[in-house]
Write a new protein. Structure first.
Length: 286
């Protein structure tokens, strides 16, 4: 037996060829404990963990699922492009995040669209003095490269705009080398760490400390940018934007109506002129 340091959502751990190998809970997929486990397998394990071994909740109880669903994973651990919950289906990106409206089971998701840019935005608690920008950049760069094993070249920016901290992770499919961890998996581990729900064995979470001073994070939001724009319908637009679009459409329709009426009037006038000219010709011929 061995301990999977990078993932505690596993079972049946054993040593194979000197390496710790375990089975992912919920899927049974073999997990390599020397690197990060894919987000898809982690989500599947989390769903199974919430379904089993616990007292049933009262029917009116609810929880913030934080985008959690029971995903369909490829043998490689990647998300399948099409995900369903009963008869409702949607398409996802490589981070497993929905990128289309929800449809029936006939929905076609032709490809798994790659998330090439992940923006992690954090807000720290109110402080007497701002953090040191260089120390902050060093902490997050070192943490992401050492704790989450991400090659530093994929960390394109660490920005501090008091009280907001923004980290940019960019990774095209063509840039990614064999064995490189995926930025979507890194962001998932990071988000769980910040929320005190660490996936690492015997870890309560990430202790953010800048210049030996603990920093409390109040809010963390993760944004996803795909190489192909998402396909959301008008339903997902804000009411204000819809109102603007409606006003523009009404204005265009009004302009078309005015134009048609004007042309009709001109047409009648021209016909009348031609008629008068014909009568004049007939008069002259007589």
């Amino acid at each position: 037996a061995c301990v999977c340091e990078k993932n505690k959502r596993v079972t049946n751990c054993r040593v194979e060829n000197g390496q710790c190998r375990c089975d992912a809970i919920g899927s049974g997929a073999i997990v390599d404990c020397t690197t990060l486990t894919s987000k898809c397998l982690l989500m599947k394990a989390e769903v199974m963990g919430s379904k089993s071994g616990r007292r049933e909740k009262p029917k009116d109880a609810f929880e913030d699922t934080d985008g959690l669903y029971d995903p369909e994973c490829e043998n490689s651990g990647a998300f399948k492009a099409k995900q369903c919950n009963g008869t409702t289906c949607w398409c996802v990106n490589t981070a497993g995040v929905r990128r289309t409206d929800k449809h029936d089971a006939d929905l076609k998701c032709n490809q798994l669209v790659r998330t090439t840019w992940i923006i992690i935005e954090m807000k720290h608690a109110e402080r007497n003095a701002p953090l040191n920008t260089e120390s902050l950049k060093k902490f997050f760069t070192d943490t992401i490269t050492s704790r989450y094993l991400l090659n530093g070249r994929y960390i394109t920016n660490v920005l501090y705009e008091n009280p907001f901290i923004t980290i940019d992770l960019k990774q095209n499919a063509s840039d990614k080398s064999l064995g490189d961890v995926d930025i979507a998996d890194v962001a998932y581990y990071f988000e769980k760490d910040v929320k005190g729900q660490s996936i690492f064995h015997n870890s309560a979470g990430l202790n953010v400390s800048i210049d030996n001073e603990p920093v409390k994070l109040e809010k963390t939001v993760v944004y996803y940018v795909d190489e192909i724009a998402p396909e959301f319908s008008m339903k997902s637009l804000t009411p204000g934007l819809i109102a603007v679009i409606v006003v523009v459409v009404i204005a265009i329709v009004a302009a078309i109506v005015v134009l048609v009426l004007t042309r009709r009037r001109k047409g009648k006038y021209v016909k009348a002129e031609v008629k008068e000219m014909n009568e004049m010709h007939r008069g002259l011929n007589a």
